[in-house]
Design a protein. Structure first.
Length: 673
């Protein structure tokens, strides 16, 4: 009787802890996260807006990165909200709540495979909902990208387990869940899926089949066929979809590190993992204080986890319980593969190895659930490991206040509950006050401010090249940089720490009045017209662009003649009368016209061509006399950079040019043709 009473009280206490953690999580997502909101997090709102505006689930003008298709991520939950509310932080918050629900559900299903008691499953859920650290909470719940990867791992493993768990098997529902999850993860990114899902599940399936020694052999074979069938379907859908969308390169091409590089990666990853467990005390914070003592406990707990996590996985592999064996093999394989790649290859950024620890988050969470359930059920052996594991479990499960309230506490000094307008909100109010509603800024400001303004102010990402803002086609839409997307005034937003723009050149290209405003740490350059009218932005040459001869025209022969308004090279002088402009062009068919003049001496007088690097796309000889237009047509099967339109004279005759005109001839050819 007393045992049952204590057990009921323990379950009630653990359930209350989960509820308290969830309440703090909601506060974090609704209020705290606004203070650390960034443009990577804003992408799901921006992509959802693009999908709604274009009516395309995979928008053809959107630039995906690393061939990573967003098939089912947080943007899916934003899309229906846009029918009833503005696309701002509130929509981001509600989508995060849906993601958090799926994360908690995935964790609950995963612990269901472990044969754990109800108390142990609640303890594991308390750990999962506690955030563990601000960094982990941001990856899992705030940005939610790696939280999505976690719940897909859970759904995939649980779906397979449903098909093979013996008398309690539910093959139909398990097959549907396994196939659906396999299709989505492989459709999104086959390369990543191999490491995070495919290889770990195959290893776990064979480990389980070997442990059961032939029992349920047909069920295993059927489950594997379902899984592999879903993977193949996902691979094919990925290849098909990539033919119709745009991608920009990133980390898809890995390279091996040398031994020194591997040591550097290892050191950075160790620091990052300790940070994910909130095991790194704040620099220069007081040791002899309550918070200092708490930081010491978190450091000890993080160091203990470096032993306890692999210990829990090994115990699960040896314990004889099929569910724990299957879950541990799955989590252990995923963790090992990611660690191997991150230590030995260029997947880990050599300049910031700590940031790469996010790739470990899904597998680490699975391992933490196994550890937490084993600790609560006292499966750890030994007089030291068992109490240490329980102490670490208690510390992790109660870490929600420090994980979720730090940004708010640092800015507002709890228990204050009034949100003073942040610098971002003051800036947005200033922009709206001055009727500045469409502009451009660097990546880390553009998307964030757009979403925080609920798209009342739309700011598109750019980068600076030689003082000119250029489109940053990274998780952005090419439509944003087309003058037709926005007619009217625009602005350029510059932080005090960023390079200044070349305003004289901008004034020359854009025209109209230019006004410069200052606000706190910002400089705002307002233009009468849309900056997208810059000819350098038109990668598709949808508008005719003329590169008129001028004193600044790049050349190796001749000079600019102000009387003729042309670049001229006399007879006897050979070389490039004009080259450049080293621009980017999208795939498609183009026509380039060269306006030339020369004296008639017979034979070939020079050449005109179109090149990009070492590749020549079109060329033609120059001959004849008088002013005329020489036209070349060329086709690009894929985007090309550093495209030049060159004019060469061989010196046999005087040659002049007033410039080159570029225009698009035909619509872009379908990909794959």
């Amino acid at each position: 009787m007393a045992f049952n009473f204590c057990r009921r009280n323990l379950i009630a206490l653990l359930a209350a802890a989960c509820c308290a953690n969830l309440a703090l999580l909601v506060f974090f997502l609704a209020f705290d996260y606004q203070l650390i909101f960034h443009s990577d997090s804003a992408v799901k709102n921006l992509l959802a807006q693009e999908i709604v505006e274009t009516g395309q689930y995979f928008p053809t003008e959107w630039n995906y990165v690393n061939k990573d298709l967003w098939v089912f991520y947080g943007h899916v939950f934003v899309i229906p909200l846009l029918a009833v509310m503005p696309n701002g932080f509130a929509a981001h918050f509600l989508s995060d709540c849906v993601s958090a629900t799926l994360i908690v559900l995935g964790g609950w299903l995963f612990t269901g495979m472990l044969g754990a008691s109800l108390a142990a499953r609640l303890a594991a859920t308390a750990v999962l909902t506690a955030g563990l650290s601000l960094s982990m909470a941001e990856h899992v719940y705030g940005q939610a990208a790696y939280g999505s990867m976690f719940y897909f791992a859970c759904f995939l493993a649980y779906g397979y387990w449903l098909q093979v768990r013996g008398e309690d098997a539910r093959p139909k529902s398990g097959a549907v869940l396994t196939a659906a999850a396999a299709v989505v993860v492989c459709w999104s990114n086959p390369q990543r899926a191999l490491v995070f899902y495919v290889v770990p599940l195959i290893v776990a399936a064979f480990a389980l089949a070997f442990a059961l020694r032939g029992t349920a052999g047909r069920a295993h074979a059927r489950a594997l066929l379902v899984f592999l069938g879903g993977c193949i379907a996902g691979f094919l859908l990925n290849k098909l979809t990539l033919q119709h969308v745009r991608t920009v390169p990133g980390l898809t091409e890995l390279a091996w590190r040398d031994f020194a590089g591997m040591l550097h990666n290892t050191k950075g990853l160790l620091r990052a993992v300790l940070g994910l467990f909130d095991g790194l005390p704040r620099l220069d914070s007081k040791v002899t204080s309550p918070y200092g003592a708490y930081q010491a406990l978190r450091l000890l707990a993080a160091l203990a986890l470096l032993y306890l996590l692999p210990h829990a996985l090994i115990r699960a592999l040896r314990g004889g319980h099929p569910g724990r064996l299957f879950a541990a093999a799955f989590a252990g394989t995923a963790l090992t593969l990611n660690l191997l790649l991150m230590i030995t290859t260029s997947l880990t950024d050599v300049n910031a190895p700590e940031g790469s620890a996010r790739y470990l988050v899904p597998a680490l969470l699975c391992a933490l659930l196994i550890f937490a359930a084993a600790s609560a059920d006292r499966l750890h052996t030994g007089p030291v490991a068992r109490p240490v594991a329980l102490a670490v479990l208690l510390l992790l499960a109660s870490s929600a206040p420090t994980s979720y309230l730090i940004p708010y506490a640092q800015r507002y000094s709890l228990p204050r509950t009034t949100l003073v307008p942040t610098g971002d909100m003051r800036l947005l109010a200033f922009l709206e006050q001055h009727q500045l509603r469409y502009g451009y800024a660097t990546f880390w400001h553009a998307g964030k401010l757009t979403v925080l303004s609920a798209h009342a102010v739309r700011i598109r990402p750019v980068e600076f090249r030689d003082g000119l803002p250029m489109p940053l086609r990274w998780l952005s839409s090419n439509r944003w940089y087309d003058p037709a997307y926005h007619r009217g005034a625009s602005f350029l937003l510059l932080h005090k720490d960023e390079a200044a723009a070349d305003l004289p050149r901008l004034r020359q290209h854009v025209g109209g009045d230019i006004q410069t405003l200052s606000f706190e740490d910002w400089r705002i350059v307002a233009f009468e017209h849309n900056l997208a009218e810059l000819p350098q932005w038109d990668d598709g040459a949808r508008r005719s662009t003329r590169y008129t001869a001028s004193p600044q025209t790049p050349r190796t022969a001749g000079a600019f003649d102000a009387t003729l308004h042309a670049s001229t090279a006399p007879a006897g002088v050979a070389g490039a009368l004009q080259f450049g402009p080293f621009r980017t062009l999208d795939r498609g068919t183009y026509v380039v016209s060269y306006e030339l003049d020369s004296d008639a001496v017979g034979g070939e007088l020079g050449t005109v061509d179109v090149v990009a690097g070492a590749k020549t796309y079109a060329s033609a000889p120059v001959s004849g006399a008088g002013w005329r237009t020489v036209t070349l047509q060329f086709a690009l099967d894929e985007a090309a950079s550093n495209v030049e339109f060159r004019i060469f004279t061989n010196g046999r005759s005087r040659m002049s040019t007033r410039g080159v005109e570029l225009r698009r001839a035909l619509p872009a050819a379908p990909r794959g043709q």
